[in-house]
Design a protein around this ligand. Structure first.
Ligand SMILES: *[C@@H]1O[C@H](CO)[C@@H](O)[C@H](O)[C@H]1NC(C)=O
Ligand SMILES: *[C@@H]1O[C@H](CO)[C@@H](O)[C@H](O)[C@H]1NC(C)=O
Length: 408
């Protein structure tokens, strides 16, 4: 009882919002309409403000590549060339075979700048051109070529955007209203997972079971960039006054060897809660930190965009938002109460059995997703105007109606 939530997943095609494009992509989102049951929400949960979200519509994710029927075979005749202008952050990575990995056909990826004149599109990683590590490609650009702006940093860590007004043709980022939307992670309803099992980036989640032993430790936080100016550090200082928070990473205890995703997930697997605190708070800016917690079966305590924004990506009870409590002390008390009440804790975990997590792999999946989008928008003219204003804006899609009415 309490945070009972019913999910209705409705596959709907919804035009994407765009940053003042002359034309663009549309992508289908699954919309999950959730309604909190009217059962008695216990006092504590009510304080938590969970019921705010009555009737909020969840906008889930892009279609995983593996499920797109249009991404199937025999498309060689429409093949496009996508030029990777720089390897992001100067780190070379072998380019993927989009068909083999994601069943996206008709894509030729190259990082050979000599192919520039023949490329249908060029994918340009913001940081590399903004910092001067690389120049933009030469103008005039060949015929119908499209330049794709790709960026996975938040606006706070995205400098020099003003230089790129009216330069790009498509945007690609974690924002749901990007032309090419690929977030850091997203949920897939389990019913569809059978097909997705082929995809190594899809991880079915295990729901809680009564046989589970309580996790030995309470709260973990992995942080690499410790800055007193970050809101998350202020939050940590407050929280650690009331509960033990084990800090790992450059600013805390060393991470287990290799410190890759797998080892972070194993480490967090010993904890009941994980602090998924973003370095800055912006629309849709929800990074792998959240998904590591989810994969590890810890309940994420999140600091980032609003609760409503998180609910585009997760069921409302799947996370605890720092704004759910008027004070950090109240939040700490709630965590301690959950520790003593396994049945209550399970309410935050029961949703898991019905979902898998898809964590796109950087940057292979990005390139292949972009390439598919280039094929779909071939022949159209797209210009990204007001990129700075757009990237810094709130994204007002919170309900299905907003989506349909195309408000921005
Ligand atoms: C760390 O945080 C500081 C303060 O916000 C920021 O200036 C810096 O770019 C960050 N470093 C990294 C590697 O993200
Ligand atoms: C791409 O953007 C440029 C700069 O705004 C514009 O001149 C060009 O027509 C656009 N091309 C396509 C194919 O959309």
């Amino acid at each position: 009882m309490g945070v009972g939530v019913q999910w209705r997943a409705a596959g709907r095609s919804i035009s994407s919002l765009r940053a003042n494009r002359s034309s663009g992509l549309s992508h289908s989102h699954k919309c999950c309409v959730c309604a909190l049951s009217r059962t008695r929400a216990s006092a504590c949960v009510a304080t938590a403000g969970f019921l705010l979200i009555l009737g909020v519509c969840l906008l889930y994710l892009p279609d995983p590549l593996t499920f797109d029927p249009s991404a199937s075979v025999s498309e060689e005749d429409h093949a496009v060339i996508l030029l990777i202008w720089t390897h992001p952050f100067g780190r070379y990575r072998k380019l993927p075979d989009c068909f083999e990995l994601y069943q996206v056909g008709g894509c030729t990826l190259t990082d050979d700048a000599r192919v520039y004149a023949h490329s249908d599109a060029v994918i340009i990683h913001h940081r590399d051109v903004a910092t001067g590590t690389a120049e933009l490609p030469p103008e005039p650009r060949p015929g119908a070529q499209k330049w794709i702006w790709m960026n996975y940093e938040s606006p706070t860590h995205t400098t020099g955007l003003w230089r790129f007004e009216d330069v790009f043709n498509l945007t690609m980022s974690y924002r749901t209203d990007s032309d090419i939307f690929l977030p850091y992670g997203y949920l897939i309803p389990r019913v569809r997972t059978a097909e997705g099992l082929r995809n190594p980036n899809v991880h079915p989640l295990r729901g809680p079971s009564r046989a589970d032993r309580p996790r030995p430790r309470l709260v973990a936080w992995v942080v690499s960039n410790w800055s007193e100016s970050h809101e998350r550090v202020a939050f940590y200082h407050k929280l650690s006054r009331y509960v033990q928070v084990d800090v790992f990473g450059r600013a805390g205890r060393p991470l287990p060897e290799d410190s890759g995703k797998g080892s972070v997930v194993r480490l967090v697997g010993r904890y009941q809660f994980y602090l998924a605190l973003e370095n800055s708070q912006h629309t849709d800016y929800i990074t792998e930190k959240l998904w590591h917690a989810v994969l590890a079966g810890a309940v994420p305590v999140v600091l980032g965009p609003s609760r409503r924004n998180y609910e585009r990506f997760l069921p409302p009870e799947a996370f605890i938002h720092v704004d759910d409590f008027p004070t950090v002390r109240g939040l700490a008390r709630y965590l301690l109460m959950l520790r003593r009440n396994p049945a209550r804790l399970r309410r935050h975990l029961d949703w898991r059995g019905s979902y898998s997590v898809h964590q796109p792999s950087f940057w292979a999946e990005h390139y292949c997703t972009a390439c598919r989008a280039v094929r779909k928008t071939r022949g159209s003219t797209d210009v990204v105007q007001h990129i700075t204003r757009w990237f810094h804006s709130e994204n007002s899609i919170t309900t299905l109606r907003d989506y349909h009415e195309g408000h921005l």
